[in-house]
Design a binder for this molecule. Structure first.
Ligand code: DGY
Length: 315
């Protein structure tokens, strides 16, 4: 039994389950609330959301904290070094969201390529003037080359989907994937420059870290194929949003499918007015089953650590 702060309403009765085992304080406003400040001195467990900044300053306010269960696979909102230095265990929610996030990445890839958002807006505005041979032409997906930036769980699931569209799959990451994985996915390892220069579609699946912040900067976006499509379901800050908006405006990139943004929930105004940007509000893992599984896993991890056991999914 310990004191646990739950940052936000969790689906699937998970907070009630946790409250049956611990002294739980739940507040929808997250760690920036009075409710958190009040409980911080006696806090032992934290179920955090990706919108919570868990840094050295927060840890200093919660000296008894033993575990942070992040309800996300990404942990860029958490200062891992600061947690390590204080002996605070950090956990995340891998696996349970892999397939649904890959589904959304592919939905954005297809939708951006075939101008689905733009088409929908046109029809709704009553501006569909009738079929003509060269009306609203998009980019061809079938048989095109897909560059996967980060062949982790979600990157692999996207590559698997790409095979169904007879796409040619390239990937890049720090270390080459095992040969069995490359064979299963028919994926070819290349460096970043080659991936950007050869791909008709680039889909981002690496974690956000100081090394990957603006990995796709102005220069690298300019090195992408003319008419290429960029898809980002990982973290907004991996892409220089202003440079991306410029590349869409000049027509260097045909389209972008974006589920994540540099400064959420704010979206760069130039993207908002770009017809080629197909955007969703960070919903990669947003199906009920997945969100319940994420919440449950985060809560179980916190419970396990507070009961003296190893967590299921430590970072
Ligand atoms: C994550 O888990 O990191 C996603 O961004 C939210 O599902």
């Amino acid at each position: 039994m310990g004191t646990v702060f739950v940052s936000g309403a969790l689906p699937g009765g998970v907070t009630a389950w946790l409250a049956g085992r611990h002294d739980v304080v739940q507040h929808d406003g997250g760690v920036a609330t009075e409710a958190f400040s009040e409980v911080a001195p006696r806090l032992e467990g934290l179920v955090s959301l990706l919108t919570d900044r868990v840094d050295a300053a927060l840890l200093a306010r919660a000296p008894r904290l033993r575990v942070v269960g992040n309800v996300a696979v990404g942990v860029d909102n958490i200062d891992l070094d600061a947690c390590r230095a204080r002996g605070v265990v950090v956990t995340n929610t891998p696996d349970v969201l892999t397939e649904v996030t890959a589904d959304l990445a592919f939905a954005l890839l297809l939708g951006a390529a075939r101008r689905v958002g733009e088409g929908d807006r046109t029809v709704r505005a009553g501006a569909f003037g009738g079929w003509t041979p060269s009306y609203m032409l998009g980019a061809r997906v079938h048989g095109a080359t897909l560059g996967v930036l980060g062949l982790g769980r979600i990157g692999r699931a996207v590559a698997r989907r790409a095979r169904g569209f007879s796409m040619n799959v390239l990937y890049t990451q720090k270390r080459r994937a095992p040969e069995t994985v490359e064979q299963e996915l028919s994926a070819r390892f290349v460096d970043l420059a080659e991936l950007l220069g050869q791909s008709d579609f680039v889909s981002v699946h690496c974690p956000l870290s100081p090394e990957t912040r603006h990995l796709l900067d102005r220069e690298r976006i300019a090195s992408m194929r003319r008419g290429a499509v960029l898809v980002n379901t990982a973290r907004g800050r991996i892409v220089d949003e202003a440079a991306l908006a410029d590349a869409l405006a000049t027509g260097h990139l045909a389209a972008a499918g974006l589920d994540v943004f540099e400064d959420e929930p704010r979206v760069h105004p130039a993207l908002l007015s770009s017809p080629g940007a197909l955007m969703t509000p960070h919903i990669g893992s947003a199906d009920r089953h997945t969100r319940e599984a994420m919440a449950r896993l985060a809560a179980e991890n916190v419970d396990l650590v507070l009961s003296g056991n190893p967590p299921k999914t430590p970072v």
